[in-house]
Design a protein around this ligand. Structure first.
Ligand code: BGC
Length: 700
């Protein structure tokens, strides 16, 4: 008898990061079955300003939250009042746009581990960050917290940060979900955005953070999206986040951003922060009178407990035993800062400053940026400002914040300007992007005395640099670069390292060129007769329904996908400095591009040679241009990048992979992602406006 052929099918069971959160579900369900409704609802709102309740009877600890995103915030009492502890000074890491300028998922991972470790020292379970909204407008008050104008770059950094922090034992809370791209009227503005733009631009970083990064928590934004407050937006929270992306963790409202009991209960919110006026006694009543099924409450408790069990609670006698900021994290802050600084221009190779007599002038020479504005401050044990960094080990520096005369006799003048935490702040957008008053006239005066100017700009978002550019031989974007920022700046200016940051957003020639401004979509002005003070007053009293009756500002996103460089490129609007731009002290030659399609992935291989005299990092960027597509696309979109370190005179082999799934578009007819067959052009270069190599590939 012939033996029957035996077929063994090997099915790969891959546990997604989200499914990993469900491993304790059986135990959790048992716990829920023993709880009273009151006990359950007690977990669905704040206990203190930065905690929500566990279950004391069962020894299940409270959940403790900490801002985020670029340092663990000091201990707060009611009303955000600092408690003045001795141990809570934390590492001040470079802010979001600085991290993004590193263009490195690996660096974002390292950054996340640093944040996660310090959260643990403080006994915190959830970091309120990373903040990953798209920088839609150059004036955005929180551009410094956010990462980029580009969803792909934001997504990769989000995944790095999330994995790093969670590997260190703390949960992250991706914020602010979603379409929170302006501070103006942030508590009641309605962002009106079409579904394709929503999916491809604004949700992309969140999707990657959830699906790939395994983020355990998500903070709903203050604003409305397409008519519904984010804290009760069932389309965002239930259909997309949980339904499509398989999110298994907890959602928490932004502080003060919950608006109704039924909306929050049914619209996908687990934890009201802060207060209990919606997800508290009123919810108990709603369950008792049959308006809300108790299983809705059980689902919320289950999601909270999943996070509680995934993150080990730090016992009180272990937390806060040592200073939060430790050298290991300070070193990370330094590493990130060194790779984030962007050299925008360098005429006559005026930089580096090796052996030159320098004068340092400007209002930001000793600027500190760890704290200020409204939120996201870090009480840090020290902060190296630019002047401190430059003076370290050098003794022949003259400096002044405002006296141009010190420029006399110097070989080079370093002008340090930019914004500060009052100019760029949570809670309000900038009115323009000019440097604060007086800086340009000071620069003019310096120029009259000594034209050998290197301008260093410290800001979180882009500034109008037309005059700075005209008056300076070199321009350096230095960000708000954390507690080691001044040391990193000195390393770059003195030439100990080559600059290697790349712009995560475009510097337009002028504000009016940017898409939301050009189309009149921003700012949204109140109609005559609306009493703003009454609205603010009502808002403070949380009578948010009342304020809607007065006026609901609408932010129309009619620019669609044409955000940032997608707009300037496609509309051929000249810019001052393009997305991805950043010079080096060495030259890089790109060669030998090979692009192949291997199953579901495009593999690009090419070489980069360092033609200079020192080791340097380069960030190679890959953009995709679609040929003859049936749907509208921007001229090109970032789909891959790689940071490489190359020794002087050496050549690096670089490989970038692009999964075909990243080339899909959101099809509004089928309500799904679609990959269109056809030809694409792969553009490899050093910046979005500096493409060095290209290849055409057919996708079937
Ligand atoms: C901010 C959040 C922050 C929260 C708690 C809110 O005003 O929008 O980003 O996490 O406050 O401080």
């Amino acid at each position: 008898m012939a033996a029957a052929a035996l077929t063994i099918s090997c099915k790969q069971t891959s546990i997604t990061p989200q499914n990993a959160l469900t491993v304790n579900d059986e135990r959790i369900n048992e716990i829920i079955s023993t709880m009273t409704l009151e006990e359950k609802v007690e977990m669905l709102h704040s206990k203190t300003i930065m905690s929500s309740a566990g279950i004391e009877r069962l020894g299940i600890q409270d959940i403790r939250y900490a801002d985020g995103p670029f340092g663990i915030r000091e201990e707060l009492g009611d009303g955000f009042r600092p408690l003045g502890w001795n141990t809570d000074s934390a590492t001040y890491f470079p802010t979001g746009s600085a991290l993004a300028a590193t263009w490195s998922e690996e660096i974002a991972y390292l950054y996340g581990t640093g944040m996660g470790r310090e959260a643990r020292f403080r006994g915190k379970d959830i970091i309120l960050g990373p903040a990953i909204n798209i920088q839609r407008i150059p004036t955005g008050g929180r551009s410094y917290e956010y990462l980029s104008e580009d969803p792909f770059l934001s997504a990769r950094l989000t995944v790095g940060y999330t994995k790093g922090a969670q590997d260190a034992g703390t949960a992250v809370c991706l914020k602010h979900f979603a379409v929170n791209n302006q501070e103006l009227n942030r508590s009641w503005v309605n962002a009106v955005v079409d579904e394709r733009t929503l999916r491809e631009i604004y949700l992309k970083p969140f999707q990657a953070g959830v699906e790939e990064g395994g983020a355990m928590a998500v903070m709903t934004a203050y604003n409305k999206v397409n008519g519904e407050y984010c804290s009760e937006n069932a389309h965002l929270n239930n259909e997309i986040l949980r339904g499509e992306w398989g999110f298994k963790g907890l959602t928490v409202s932004d502080w003060g951003g919950t608006h109704s009991t039924m909306g929050a209960a049914l619209g996908g919110l687990d934890v009201q922060m802060t207060g209990d006026n919606y997800l508290g006694p009123a919810l108990i009543d709603s369950v008792r009178n049959g308006a809300v099924d108790e299983r809705v409450v059980d689902d919320k408790v289950r999601e909270i407990l999943r996070v509680r069990f995934a993150v080990e609670a730090v016992p009180d006698d272990v937390a806060n035993r040592k200073l939060t900021s430790q050298p290991e994290q300070q070193r990370i802050a330094y590493e990130v800062a060194k790779k984030s600084i962007v050299l925008l221009k360098n005429e006559d190779n005026i930089l580096p400053l090796k052996g030159k007599r320098i004068a340092v002038i400007g209002p930001c020479i000793d600027l500190k940026t760890a704290q200020g504005g409204v939120g996201a401050g870090v009480k840090t044990p020290y902060e190296i400002t630019v002047i401190r960094g430059l003076a370290d080990g050098e003794h022949s520096i003259v400096c002044s914040t405002d006296d141009p005369a010190v420029a006399e006799g110097a070989d080079v003048v370093v002008f340090v300007g930019g914004t500060n935490r009052e100019v760029e702040s949570e809670g309000r957008d900038r009115q323009d992007i000019f440097l604060p008053e007086g800086q340009e006239s000071l620069l003019e005066a310096v120029h009259g005395i000594n034209p050998n100017i290197v301008a260093v700009i410290l800001s979180g978002g882009p500034c109008d640099l037309r005059n700075v550019n005209r008056l300076s031989k070199a321009v350096v974007q230095g960000w708000w670069n954390g507690m080691e920022g001044g040391h990193a700046m000195a390393d770059v200016l003195y030439g100990r390292i080559s600059p290697s940051g790349k712009l995560p957003f475009t510097f337009p020639v002028k504000l009016e060129d940017s898409p939301a401004y050009a189309l009149g979509n921003y700012p949204q002005l109140a109609p005559e007769g609306v009493d703003f003070f009454a609205m603010m007053f009502r808002h403070d009293r949380k009578e948010s329904r009342g304020e809607a009756a007065v006026w609901t500002p609408e932010a129309h996103y009619t620019e669609g996908q044409y955000v940032g460089y997608r707009w300037y490129d496609t509309r051929e609007v000249p810019v001052l400095y393009a997305f991805g731009h950043g010079l080096s002290y060495v030259g890089f030659e790109y060669s030998d591009l090979k692009a192949t399609l291997c199953k579901e992935t495009i593999e690009l291989n090419f070489n980069i040679s360092n033609t200079g005299g020192m080791a340097a990092d380069e960030v190679a960027q890959v953009y995709v241009h679609r040929k003859d597509s049936s749907v509208e696309w921007p001229v090109k979109e970032l789909k891959g990048f790689k940071r490489v370190t190359i020794d002087a005179g050496s050549t690096a082999k670089v490989r970038v992979s692009i999964p075909l799934s990243d080339l899909r578009y959101w099809d509004v007819e089928s309500n799904d992602w679609v990959l269109e067959p056809g030809e694409i052009e792969l553009l490899v270069g050093s910046a979005s406006d500096d493409i060095r190599l290209s290849a055409v590939l057919a996708i079937n």
